[in-house]
Structures are given as C-alpha cells and as structure tokens.
Design a protein around this ligand. Structure first.
Ligand SMILES: [Zn+2]
Length: 363
C-alpha cells in the first residue's frame, strides 16, 4: 500500500496464552490458601473492570485500588444484611479467623453511620462513602492483592500482575485484561461457587442454614428494590411505551437491564429501559436483538444527559461511556460465540445474532 500513515499494530493473546490463563485461574482457585472470601471478590472485581476498560488486544491494564474498592463494596453490600429475617445477628462470616472480614465491618460501620442499608442512598453520602472507599482500598492492598497468587504451599505464580507494595494500582500483565473480559462468565460462575462453598463450610454460619435455603442466591442475587426510583426519569425518554414491543406502559411496567445483569453485574443508569411485564419476563438473561441495540444507543444519545441529571442524586452509578463500552463488549461476545438473541416477535423469541447488523462493534 502506498500509504505513509502510521499503522497501529494491535496483537491479540495467542490461543496458548489464553489456555494457560485458564489453567492458572484453575490452579489459583484450587490451590490457593483462603482465610476469607477476598480472593474471589478480587478476581470478580478485576473481571468487571477489564470489561469496562473495553480492551480488545493484549495491552497491559492498570487498575487502581479505589476502583477495586468500589467493586468490593458492590459485591459485599447485600452480604452484610442479616441472612435470616428472624435474627438480626445472622450476618454471615466471611473469614475463617476470629472475627469478621474487615471489608464487611467497614460496610457495616458505614451503614450504621448513615442509618441506611440501601446502597444507592449510601452513595449519596459523599464524605462517609469516600472514607469507606479509602478504608476498603487499603484492606485490598494489604491483603488479597498481596496474597492472591500464592498457593497453600507458599508457591507463588505471578501470572496476573507483579505485586508492588508501593504502588497505588495493580498493573495487569499483557494479555490478562483481554482474557478476563473474554472468560468473564466462567470466572464469575467459578468464583461464586467457591465463595458460596467457603461461606457454607464456615462453622460459625452453620446455625443459620437449613436445606431449603439457596445460599448462592442470597449472596449474589441482584437487588431490584431501588430500581423503581428510575421510572419517572425513564418514562419520558420512551414516550410511555415498552422499549421492545412499544405497547403503552400502564401498571404492568418493569425496569429491564438492557445488558443483562448476569453478563455484567453492576447497575448503571444508562443500561436501564422500561418494559411491560410480558417482554421483561420473556427476555430474561438474553441480549435483545440487534435493532434494539441501535435503538438503545440512539436513546442514550438523545436522552443520555437527562438520564444522567435525573439519576445523579439518587446514588446510582451513572457513566454513559462505561455503559456503552460494556454494551459493545456484550454484543461483541455474542457475535464471537454465536449467541442467541431475544426478539419480541410472536412465535420466534430467540435467533442467532447477525454480525452485519452491528455497525458499532470494534471489528
Ligand atoms: Zn413489551
């Protein structure tokens, strides 16, 4: 080519690298020593942040401890609530040593200081929230990030990053961010499983468990209680119609995660749309078909600022760029994996995605 412009060469991790990454994750989960649930939280937090980064090649990626702290608080928040409705002391222990895991105590203290167990309200208390973030960041630095890659037999494999006690961030090695974003689903599922087992085995927790209780559900279920606050803001952006089938919204109105919670478990305001019960119930954990992706992008172009303004003081995470990066990642994965997408059309419901209809993706 007679083209003198600089070519940016992006490279991707090799297949061997990716398999090795998965092998090492498996080694870590199986051989690591655990005194608390922090290591699972750290892996899940790093996975979420790699998705948000939008990295699609083998670049290094720096994650600071404040970002990790925010993720930790989101992960642990519901887990600080009493496990049994009948016993306010039934806060599950997340540590094998005496006492409770420090992150849980930091969150409990925040909840007590500001007199709320609502995460969205807590986020509006700027000063106490920031102090808690800092405290949790210090805990992560001193504990799980330091010991994450150490096995029970003191063997260490620094395959994700080299721990630096002086740094304010963790720099993931080349190719690691790519792998975290690619294998997010496996990593989340595995971590949830190991995390649940850890909590279940803790003898201090046994008194609260009965056979019919779904512990994993308690630990990781999404909380929908506060989503109702978003309804007035969103109603105006879609003419009081269901985002998918365009039927008028009346009392059957529901708030839908456009990119399903199961794919990316942080509530960000631009990700929400209003639907009727029928569509929300039928879409479940699927991505919506391609035309809705375009519709969603346009909705955010037109009403992004209004959503931002209308929700900022409600304590939701609001960041349009982040929501768009996550959506791009989700549809990209759907194309690569030949996933089924959901359609509100009668009698069809699911079909494979057509990559040609997605002009917004990176490749
Ligand atoms: Zn509908």
């Amino acid at each position: 080519m007679a083209d003198n412009t600089m070519q940016v060469v992006t490279t991707m991790p090799t297949a061997d690298f990716q398999i090795n990454f998965l092998r090492n994750i498996q080694w870590l989960l199986e051989s690591s020593s655990y005194t608390s649930t922090y290591k699972f939280a750290l892996l899940m937090a790093m996975t979420n942040l790699c998705i948000e980064s939008g990295i699609d090649d083998d670049r290094e990626h720096a994650i600071n401890y404040q970002q990790l702290a925010e993720q930790f608080i989101h992960l642990y928040w519901n887990q600080t609530l009493p496990f049994s409705d009948k016993d306010s002391d039934s806060i599950l222990k997340q540590s094998n040593t005496t006492g409770q895991a420090k992150v849980i105590n930091s969150i409990l203290k925040l909840q007590q200081d500001i007199q709320t167990t609502s995460l969205t309200i807590a986020r509006t208390h700027k000063m106490p929230w920031q102090l808690t973030l800092k405290e949790v960041a210090r805990t992560i630095k001193a504990n799980p990030s330091r010991y994450l890659q150490n096995a029970e037999n003191k063997q260490s494999r620094e395959f994700l990053f080299v721990y630096d006690p002086k740094a304010n961030s963790i720099t993931l090695k080349r190719g690691i961010a790519y792998c975290f974003a690619r294998f997010s689903k496996i990593i989340h599922k595995l971590c949830q499983q190991y995390w649940t087992e850890f909590v279940r085995k803790n003898r201090h927790n046994q008194i609260y468990f009965s056979d019919d209780v779904d512990l994993q559900q308690f630990l990781f279920h999404q909380s929908r209680q506060s989503l109702k606050l978003l309804i007035p803001v969103l109603l105006d952006t879609q003419d009081r119609q269901c985002f998918y089938c365009q039927q008028p919204l009346t009392s059957n109105l529901e708030v839908d995660h456009f990119i399903p919670w199961s794919k990316y478990p942080i509530d960000t305001t631009h990700n929400f749309v209003l639907t009727d019960h029928k569509c929300n119930n039928s879409k479940r954990d699927y991505l919506a078909e391609e035309i809705f992706y375009e519709k969603w992008l346009i909705r955010n172009q037109q009403h992004g600022d209004a959503i931002d303004k209308g929700t900022k003081n409600l304590g939701f995470v609001t960041n349009l760029e982040r929501s768009e990066t996550v959506s791009q990642w989700a549809y990209q994965m759907a194309v690569e994996h030949n996933d089924l997408v959901w359609t509100p059309q009668k009698g069809l419901k699911l079909r494979t995605i057509n990559p040609d209809l997605l002009p917004f993706l990176r490749n």
